[in-house]
Design a protein around this ligand. Structure first.
Ligand code: TYD
Ligand code: MG
Length: 453
């Protein structure tokens, strides 16, 4: 056996044989750390116990059924695809202070099944966690605590206690003795994850690893681990705003498009089962520059409020601010509005906001964005009981969107009266709705229907 070292970029994971001041892959400075590589002697054939491994027909294997445990939160179970899969490795990422430790502690208390839960924290002391548990009203004999950052000792504790669930809070504070790199570096977080994975997978222990990401999402940690773990969840939200969104970005045991909604209250995270209701509840009476659109988050339709504000530009260059939608999409739609519908915004600052801190990234809200901006510019309100749906093309045409029926059902359920949808979608509708459904072909037609033109 021979020990070799490589140098790994802490920002992006780029490997090099020698130390470099600047990473050729991501251009960051001073980001290289030394990492030891232990070479194992190749045995030629990967033979276990002297037998030759022969490939067999896939049909000759039997699929093992995944055993799922309910976490006690329906919103979380849905994002996971029906509960925590036994023996799986879950990564929970999010900005510091967003509520990861709080949510996890609540899960430790609520999770079903026999056995203990091992909470390993390198961030907080036992007293701090106890204080949080008291605040959350948690008093559970089955939660074991270990304040340790040495992963070799943590693994020993996992083997000794054999819990049903292990929490590592957080991956950035743990270190392995095998490496010289600092805790939190790419090589450390990778090594730790693979060590924990080996121990837990071999024993069928479910593991949740917590990792911090910054606003730019570029810190060592979650991003470089995504390929190693079974499930990746991100907890998002504005820190000073009480709603939190749990988003699945990778899931080997379910769909990845699901989101779960929570609210951070003084007694921890509470799930929200009727998010649309809450997202649109604080709407003013018929102001100009506000409209409701229906977006899909996974399999669930969500009604959200879009707000726009236009005002005269003070300096020469008009300002555009997009909150919760893609900036380039806004620029494109403003250009379409100007060229195809004659709404002259070239001396106007435009601010666009998705209410509730939500990020919406689908073309079905295009028409909503365009019309709400025109509504603010002309100071003409869009009717309060109206929903607007449709993708807008560069020639101003309104294009078909997917899953229209689900969106309409949600609008109907929440008592909306009128719905503006693409003409091509209207032709295909099968069900009867109580809604007054108006099909339109282009943006001008939509503006005329609402009285914006
Ligand atoms: P925390 O779970 O420590 O965040 P993370 O682990 O993601 O860094 O949450 C920290 C914030 O949550 C802190 O600002 C206080 C707030 N909080 C509540 O609002 N209610 C509560 O019941 C608890 C425990 C925390
Ligand atoms: Mg924490």
């Amino acid at each position: 056996m021979k020990n070799k070292t490589v140098f790994v970029c802490n920002e992006c994971g780029y490997e090099s044989g020698k130390w470099l001041g600047k990473c050729p892959a991501c251009n960051s400075w001073n980001s290289f750390y030394e990492q030891k590589v232990v070479e194992t002697k190749s045995k030629g054939l990967s033979a276990s116990e002297g037998k030759l491994t022969m490939p067999q027909s896939l049909n000759s294997y039997e699929a093992k059924e995944t055993i799922r445990t309910h976490t006690g939160f329906q919103e979380l179970d849905r994002v996971l695809g029906g509960g925590l899969v036994k023996g799986s490795l879950v990564l929970l990422g999010g900005e510091p202070g967003i509520g990861k430790s709080t949510l996890i502690l609540q899960i430790c208390d609520k999770i079903k099944g026999d056995g203990k839960v091992l909470y390993v924290s390198g961030e907080e002391s036992a007293e701090q966690i106890k204080l949080r548990a008291d605040r959350l009203g948690i008093n559970n004999e089955d939660i074991l605590f270990l304040g340790e950052t040495n992963i070799e000792l943590v693994n020993q504790a996992i083997i000794n206690t054999n819990p049903k669930l292990v929490i590592i809070d957080s991956i950035q504070t743990m270190y392995s003795e095998e490496l010289t790199a600092a805790a939190g570096s790419v090589s450390q977080v990778r090594e730790i994850t693979s060590q924990v994975m080996r121990v837990c997978k071999s024993k069928g222990i479910t593991t949740i690893i917590i990792g911090h990401v910054t606003k730019e999402g570029n810190i060592a940690g979650p991003r470089v681990l995504e390929h190693m773990v079974d499930t990746v969840l991100y907890l998002e939200g504005e820190r000073y705003f009480s709603y939190r969104i749990l988003r699945g970005v990778k899931n080997r045991f379910g769909s990845t498009n699901e989101i779960g909604m929570f609210e951070m209250q003084d007694k921890g995270m509470q799930e929200i089962d009727n998010p649309s209701d809450i997202l649109i509840s604080e709407r003013e009476d018929n102001p100009a520059g506000s409209c409701i659109v229906a977006t899909m988050e996974g399999t669930r339709p969500l009604l959200v409020e879009l707000q726009a504000l236009t005002c005269n530009t003070v300096f020469g260059y008009p300002k555009r601010t997009a909150n919760g939608i893609d900036y380039n999409r806004l620029s494109l739609l403003l250009a379409v509005l100007e060229k195809r519908a004659g709404v002259m915004l070239n001396s106007q600052d435009v601010y666009l906001n998705v209410v509730g801190g939500l990020k919406v990234n689908e073309p079905a809200i295009d028409l909503g964005i365009a019309l709400v901006t025109a509504s603010s510019f002309k100071n003409i309100p869009i009717p309060k009981d109206m929903i607007i749906l449709g993708e807008v093309g560069l020639t101003g045409e309104v294009r078909r969107i997917n899953l229209i029926e689900k969106r309409l059902k949600e609008a109907e359920k929440l008592g909306f009266k009128t719905c503006i949808i693409p003409e091509s979608n209207k032709k295909d509708l099968k069900d009867n709705y109580k809604l007054d459904i108006i099909g339109i072909k282009d943006i001008n037609e939509a503006m005329k229907k609402i009285g914006l033109k």
